[in-house]
Design a protein around this ligand. Structure first.
Ligand SMILES: Cc1cc2nc3c(=O)[nH]c(=O)nc-3n(C[C@H](O)[C@H](O)[C@H](O)COP(=O)(O)OP(=O)(O)OC[C@H]3O[C@@H](n4cnc5c(N)ncnc54)[C@H](O)[C@@H]3O)c2cc1C
Length: 317
């Protein structure tokens, strides 16, 4: 068999990087971070709009940082720079373009399966987040309009008629950003944006009052169709409207297939774990958004990483 790493971390987002750094700081060596994308922090790169404000207390969740990583409010760009610096400062092995398919328990640890091979590790931490699978609506998205229905802002241009679907912080941030150069509506099934943080509530109120975003509150979509090259949106009250694009910002899903194939049990849509984030498989841990029912935060992920690092170091002594 090949080289046995002490620690393999699946996913190089905030929780994965924190687990690696905190373990290194506590004296562990031979750590590998496996990331399926071309660089670390794919969620931040793909789902955050450019220049997005990054709040430490995301969604109003106040988190005291436990570990050695000092993270504070910033922007998408400063946050990515921050993680770049963390990775540059420590001797960690980051393998990008490396998607893990499943994890199998073996005698001395785990065999972590990637395309064309496997990696061996004594301990494994799964920090793959929930945004690999953004939540999709219950109704069908017809193939003819797939190129006009999105889950990030990447494809959005200017002077388009766009509807953002959702009413949480991400949806509001998308709508506020898009309305500078587009005609924007925001469709939300609730009657207010009260679930968003105070800054985003103030931002959405400002753009709505300025007539830059049209709120469609207490509004449910029941069907999408294609009409004249546009997205035809049918609402539950029988009304319909045409848009150039739709952007859904309705969170992410637990990667159940991955968890099941690795023998990790799930309960209420989350992997089962103890107070040290260890799953039902001894030596196999979960951290970050994957442990949260409806999204965590960067700071929470950092704390999970610190807690796991401490626990594993304790086990190795
Ligand atoms: C639009 C938006 C705005 C947000 N704004 C804020 C904010 O202002 N402040 C804040 O604190 N939080 C914010 N969040 C939440 C925050 O981004 C998450 O809580 C955080 O990124 C979770 O970290 P994580 O490490 O658990 O997972 P992620 O950041 O999702 O990282 C998971 C990583 O695992 C990789 N991966 C997935 N599957 C595999 C696999 N099979 N093999 C290898 N690698 C894999 C992914 O490519 C990714 O890089 C926001 C989220 C969104 C979507």
């Amino acid at each position: 068999m090949g080289h046995l790493y002490q620690l393999a971390i699946i996913g190089a987002g905030p929780a994965g990087i924190a687990t690696a750094i905190e373990s290194y700081v506590l004296g562990m060596r031979d750590i590998v971070l496996l990331e399926k994308d071309e660089n670390h922090n794919a969620t931040i790169r793909k789902f955050y709009k450019d220049n997005k404000r990054v709040d430490k207390d995301w969604k109003g969740q106040k988190v005291e940082l436990d570990g050695t990583i000092y993270f504070m409010d910033g922007t998408k760009e400063s946050t990515l720079d921050f993680f770049d610096q963390l990775l540059d400062n420590e001797v960690l092995e980051l393998k990008t373009h490396t998607e893990v398919q499943k994890i199998v328990k073996i005698e001395d640890g785990f065999e972590v399966f990637i395309a064309g091979g496997s990696i061996l590790a004594k301990y494994v931490v799964v920090t793959i987040g929930r945004m690999g699978k953004p939540n999709k609506p219950d109704y069908k998205i017809p193939p003819s309009i797939k190129n006009q229905v999105h889950f990030t802002l990447d494809a959005c241009g200017t002077d388009e008629k766009i509807m953002v679907v959702g009413g949480g912080d991400s949806a509001i941030e998308y709508a506020v950003d898009l309305c500078e150069k587009n005609e924007v509506s925001i469709c939300y099934r609730r009657g207010t944006f009260r679930r968003a943080n105070p800054t985003n509530q103030a931002d959405i109120t400002r753009v709505v009052e300025a007539g830059k975003v049209r709120p469609l509150l207490n509004t449910e979509i029941v069907e999408l169709e294609s009409e004249s090259g546009k997205v035809k949106v049918l609402f539950s009250d029988g009304a319909f409207e045409l848009f150039d694009r739709l952007v859904y910002a309705i969170g992410g899903t637990t990667p159940s297939g991955f968890l099941q194939s690795s023998g990790i049990q799930e309960e209420d849509g989350k992997p089962v774990h103890d107070e040290n984030y260890q799953t039902n498989v001894s030596g196999l841990f979960v951290a970050g958004d994957i442990t949260q029912e409806s999204g965590g935060s960067i700071a929470l992920g950092l704390n999970h990483g610190f807690a796991i690092a401490n626990y594993i170091i304790g086990l190795s002594k």
